[in-house]
Write a protein that binds this ligand. Structure first.
Ligand code: NAP
Length: 276
């Protein structure tokens, strides 16, 4: 019998998940399917009833449902609770468990592209304090980063986020980047600056230590102005597309029983869809 998985959202036609999972299903020759299903918010409970009847092995959840599914799941992984969002569902014997794989995507991307990046990592700067920042903070804390400095345009938002997260996170305004930079071995942009080529003002990347790594989770464009500037400074850079690809790995493994590879061919295929 065909093993079925899905991504639900509203709208859903923008999702690249069917292409990612479809590529892996074909590569492994599985009797499996992965489909995008448009589920308006008022139909989410009915969709969960359908799930409990066993039609699907599980699936992904995207905007606007990532918070609303908490109340509908039978269990939610504690890290997804810290992150405040569920993006992956697994159905077993009519029970639905929710987790969040974004933090694993972030870690998997850096582990693949910058091996050893978290060894002896004392200070990391995180730019932005929106929804995506939560997964990045959880990821960094899971690698025992000594000190995390959260810089955001709206300081109150960052203070609130830092207070909600476990562990100690210091907060400062964006314009203190140049003061903190000399201590930082890692800079992660989680803000939406960089999308469509937008640029941070007054970040002096030359203040970072020579071996620092700069990574951006924004992947449209792939080379954000931040990454371009870091490259000009001779710093190591990692773009955000790999996070999207690696976050898909744990779900695929759970539903279909095979751990898929994030390889160059998959990356090239998804890269070809950016900007479309
Ligand atoms: P969000 O919740 O809307 O948060 C946006 C953040 O950007 C906030 O910290 C906001 O600061 C800051 N910001 C926006 N415009 C700004 C400006 N002009 N100047 C300074 N700061 C600004 O968004 P999100 O869900 O966290 O997503 C952020 C980005 O991450 C998006 O581009 C998204 O596509 C990307 N993302 C990538 C992946 C991946 O797999 N690679 C996964 C998730 C998200 P304020 O608090 O001051 O408003």
């Amino acid at each position: 019998m065909t093993t079925k998985a899905f991504v639900i959202g509203h709208p859903i036609n923008h999702s690249r998940s069917p292409l990612i999972h479809g590529t892996w299903i074909a590569h492994h020759g599985l009797d499996a399917s992965y489909e995008a299903i448009d589920v308006p918010p008022d139909q989410l409970p009915a969709f969960f009833e359908r799930l409990r009847r066993g039609e699907f092995a599980g699936g992904n959840v995207t905007i606007p449902h990532k918070q609303d599914v908490f109340a509908l799941c039978d269990s939610v992984d504690p890290l997804a609770t810290s992150i405040g969002a569920v993006n992956t569902l697994v159905v077993e014997n009519g029970r639905i468990s929710g987790s969040n794989t974004d933090y694993l995507g972030f870690l998997g991307n850096l582990d693949a592209e910058a091996p050893g990046w978290s060894d002896r990592l004392d200070t990391a700067i995180v730019l932005g304090a929106g929804g995506a920042a939560r997964a990045i903070l959880v990821a960094l804390q899971s690698r025992n980063v000594g000190s995390i400095v959260l810089l955001n345009r709206t300081r109150d938002t960052a203070e609130k986020l830092a207070a909600e997260m476990p562990g100690s996170i210091s907060v400062a305004p964006l314009d203190s980047f140049n003061d903190v930079a000399p201590l930082a071995q890692l800079v992660v942009n989680t803000s939406s600056i960089g999308m469509h080529g937008s640029r941070f003002e007054n970040l002096d990347l030359s203040k970072l230590p020579k071996g620092a790594l700069v990574t951006d989770i924004v992947y449209t464009p792939l080379q954000t102005p931040l990454l371009q500037d870091a490259q000009v400074q001779g710093l190591k850079i990692v773009d955000g597309l790999g996070m999207l690809l690696h976050q898909a790995v744990p779900g695929f493994k759970a539903w279909f029983g095979v751990r898929p590879e994030v390889d160059k061919a998959l990356r090239a295929k998804i890269e070809g869809t950016l900007g479309h």
